[in-house]
Design a binder for this molecule. Structure first.
Ligand code: PNS
Length: 205
């Protein structure tokens, strides 16, 4: 630097920018990070839950380590037209599967867009569980669409324990309804409902 020249005022190159500057810059890019943090708010865990599996239970318990409350929301998935259990049965099975959690778990159901539901109840975080890489494409598209619809709502992914990586409600239903043993894959109240369905089926046959 030539002698006698006063350096320009302002932050040194590489110095961390003040938080307010970062927040304003982020606000200009879309306004999302300028909202208050979500850590005190409940998280919404939506899904078909047809029925709830031990993998879902694991995700709910993990989410409760991070968020004060989880709202498990039974939703209508237009891609999965033929549900085995009614929305009321699915809600009941979720409640019965986590009897120890108390008020920190709320169970609800909704129709319509997920992001509208999340906004309506005053939440800002959607929880989704990730198993294998094969889930990624579907989850990515859904997250981006939800973000497009409501940029202030974030999706947070939780990984279930590795023992649940191959479980899905779809496969479990198939195995159970053909008489296979799913008792280690679903909570007890779900196994009981499967057994009742099988009994009904064989009584009708
Ligand atoms: O357990 P699933 O079936 O994988 O859950 C998918 C679900 C229910 C979360 C998704 O289908 C959904 O959000 N349905 C509500 C309607 C909606 O908002 N659709 C647009 C999603 S980008």
């Amino acid at each position: 630097m030539p002698s006698g020249k006063i350096p320009a005022a302002g932050p040194r190159r590489g110095a961390p920018r003040p938080r307010v500057v970062v927040a304003r810059a982020a606000a200009r890019r879309g306004g999302v990070p300028s909202a208050p943090p979500v850590s005190g708010l409940p998280a919404v865990y939506p899904g078909s839950f047809d029925p709830i599996t031990n993998g879902h239970v694991d995700i709910i318990r993990r989410t409760l380590r991070v968020f004060p409350q989880v709202i498990a929301a039974v939703a209508y998935n237009p891609d999965k037209d033929a549900s085995l259990f009614s929305a009321e049965e699915r809600v009941a099975m979720i409640r019965e599967s986590l009897p120890d959690v108390g008020e920190r778990l709320r169970v609800d159901s909704f129709t319509g867009l997920l992001v509208d539901y999340v906004e309506r109840i005053g939440a800002r975080v959607i929880i989704r569980g990730l198993r294998a890489v094969s889930d990624f494409e579907y989850e990515f598209q859904m997250t981006m669409m939800n973000r497009h619809l409501k940029p202030a709502i974030e999706t947070v992914f939780m990984m279930a324990d590795e023992q649940y990586f191959y479980t899905s409600s779809r496969l479990i239903k198939q195995v159970a309804l053909f008489g296979g043993d799913v008792r280690t894959l679903v909570p007890e109240p779900v196994a009981e409902r499967f057994a009742a369905r099988l009994k009904q089926q064989s009584a009708r046959a």
